[in-house]
Design a protein around this ligand. Structure first.
Ligand code: PMV
Length: 354
């Protein structure tokens, strides 16, 4: 089969990855911990059209529709990055695939068409690189095993080595994408990302993403990873974040929701404080972001919701799925002008076989 469709969800960090020790390989300065989402995801279709003597050409199909969603436009630099990433998968994965008894075959010559679409509106300004690179990595791996897809799928679902290796390759394209292969809870440390087992007492969660502002980011997350190193608050950050990851992992394992809420609150304020105190300081916060934070703080203190922000102005409010409709109304009543995306916790990347 020459046509492959894979999907991967976005993830929201509870304890943040910020700062790198190796920016070529996207190795993080500190461990991080995230919740995998479900509907906010990227669908990638790779279609190999064999033929011709020339080397394989990667072709990004603009304005395509994948699984009912329209693809966003991508710059030439973006397309080159995607193309390099596919080469990376083709170079790095076959050895492991062979050791798992699979028979990978790199497509030689012809055209590899890429169609990729997010299930969330481009204008929402939600970072899609995590979901895009995770879906792309899985789809490219499946292209290598296109003659034995069922065995590939079985290995993907049952052999942690394959998932970990895909996650590691994906990380080199986009750091936080390595946490989108599993779910709902994933810890990432160094070059490894793995699932964290929650207590049965942990509630099933929804993420209500309150969208604030729609413009492009002025400071990319890659730039943020560099600039934070110049903040006077950087000293001790790695130790503090590492400790919080340990504490958060324990809270998840024991079902101590209220503790998790506190670690998350501390950690995103700390990350944004690094932004605010970098030598060339910057902020992602907009007036509405601050208004939401002020309004929500008493609820966070009571442990009613978990709040966090990534490198952007949007505010993520995590609540139990049972209480999600109640919170949706409450937020809408208080901030009637703001759009809210609603998602739930999810299980990670998957291949669509049909
Ligand atoms: O994967 P990157 O390079 O886009 O970095 C993402 C960093 C944060 O979203 C701010 C935090 C995180 O851990 O996801």
């Amino acid at each position: 089969m020459n046509r492959i469709v894979a999907q991967a969800p976005s993830n929201i960090a509870i304890i943040k990855y910020m700062g790198k020790v190796d920016s070529q390989k996207n190795l993080p300065a500190n461990p991080s911990l995230s919740m995998t989402l479900n509907r906010l995801r990227t669908e990638v279709e790779l279609n190999w059209v064999p033929g011709g003597e020339k080397a394989l050409q990667v072709q990004w199909i603009h304005d395509a529709v994948v699984a009912g969603f329209r693809s966003p436009s991508l710059s030439d630099a973006g397309i080159a990055k995607v193309s390099r990433h596919i080469e990376r998968v083709f170079e790095e994965l076959p050895v492991l695939l062979r050791s798992l008894g699979l028979s990978p075959s790199i497509p030689r010559g012809g055209i590899l068409e890429i169609r990729s679409a997010n299930t969330f509106p481009e204008a929402a300004g939600i970072a899609s690189s995590a979901s895009s690179f995770a879906a792309l990595t899985l789809a490219a791996a499946a292209v290598l095993c296109r003659e034995s897809l069922v065995s590939f799928l079985k290995a993907f679902e049952q052999d942690v080595r394959l998932k970990q290796s895909l996650s590691g390759i994906s990380r080199q394209g986009s750091g936080s994408s390595c946490r989108s292969f599993d779910g709902p809870w994933v810890k990432w440390e160094g070059d490894q990302a793995y699932p964290v087992t929650p207590s049965l007492r942990m509630p099933e969660l929804s993420d209500l993403v309150v969208l604030v502002g729609k413009g492009a980011k002025e400071v990319s997350s890659s730039e943020a990873h560099q600039r934070v190193l110049s903040s006077p608050l950087w000293r001790g950050r790695v130790e503090r974040a590492s400790r919080r990851v340990q504490d958060a992992e324990e809270a998840i394992a024991l079902g101590e929701w209220k503790s998790l809420v506190q670690w998350a609150w501390q950690d995103f304020w700390e990350m944004h404080s690094l932004f605010h105190t970098a030598q060339k300081n910057f902020t992602y916060w907009l007036p509405e972001s601050v208004a939401i934070l002020k309004w929500i703080q008493p609820f966070v203190e009571k442990g009613e919701c978990l709040v966090t922000m990534d490198a952007g102005p949007h505010v993520h409010i995590l609540v139990s799925q049972e209480r999600s409709a109640y919170w949706l109304h409450k937020i809408r009543d208080t901030f009637p002008g703001l759009e809210i995306l609603e998602d739930t916790q999810g299980k990670g990347a998957s291949l669509c076989l049909n």
